[in-house]
Design a protein around this ligand. Structure first.
Ligand code: SAH
Length: 220
């Protein structure tokens, strides 16, 4: 394990301990959220290792992409962690009924399932940023059968869960807002990259799928 990952893990473990001690202040939803973040990292870890050792044919990562990724880490991890551990943003807290965090857990579980399935289906073609791998294959099966961006659907579900589990007007929706900005900017670039690489085949795939929600009818 690299020293940076050990430090990351220690900071993370420290914050989780803080969260446990502050659960009476933040509510149990905050713990469910923290477990969700751990689940997300565990699902991604083996795919990150595969990704690190898979050769890239063409990278489309630029400064905008790096800033967007940093914004998402900020809104979905750093801001909520700091707030839950320190009460920094407590002026923006609000109360909810029990149904809200229960709905949050449902969104979180469905989101994590879809996150896991989309990583498995993409296999070695997955990358955290926009890249075409050597011998990149177009995946059109599994959860990609009727939706082109099921991993982004999963991430939206998980960030909706964040808003339902953390009852704060800033730390709750921060992940969703940061990812929405990234989604709006990234998807057209990603789709034109796929069009350039797969041409006609991708066009046909687009005609049969929805972006983040399943297309009702498959056109033949
Ligand atoms: N947008 C997809 C994948 C996100 S990961 C989703 O939300 O599920 C981003 C990488 O996945 C991109 O660099 C692209 O090379 C790759 N990718 C996206 N769709 C793909 C597909 N249908 N088949 C193979 N690779 C794909």
């Amino acid at each position: 394990m690299k020293p940076a990952s050990i430090i990351q893990l220690l900071i993370f473990a420290g914050l989780v301990v803080l969260l446990v001690f502050r659960v009476s202040i933040n509510g149990w939803g905050s713990l469910a959220w923290a477990f969700g973040i751990v689940g997300l990292s565990l699902i991604r870890a083996p795919h990150q290792r595969t990704s690190d050792s898979t050769p890239t044919e063409k990278s489309h990562q630029d400064t905008t992409e790096k800033l967007l990724l940093a914004g998402v880490s900020f809104g979905s991890a750093l801001v909520p962690m700091l707030h839950l551990a320190s009460g920094l943003l407590r002026f923006a807290n609000y109360d909810v009924t029990i149904a809200v965090p229960i709905a949050g857990v449902a969104f979180l579980l469905f989101g994590l399932w879809l996150f896991w399935r989309s990583h498995s289906d993409l296999g070695r073609n997955w990358s955290v940023t926009l890249e075409i791998r050597e011998e990149h294959g177009l995946v059109t099966g599994g959860v990609y059968r009727r939706v082109r961006h099921p991993m982004y659907t999963a991430i939206f579900l998980i960030y909706i869960a964040q808003a339902l589990l953390i009852h704060n007007w800033i730390a709750g929706p921060a992940g969703f807002v940061a990812f929405l900005v990234m989604y709006v900017i990234r998807v057209p670039i990603e789709e034109s990259m796929m069009r350039e690489r797969f041409g006609e085949v991708y066009e046909r795939y687009v005609a049969m799928t929805g972006r983040i929600l399943p297309r009702r009818k498959r056109e033949v």
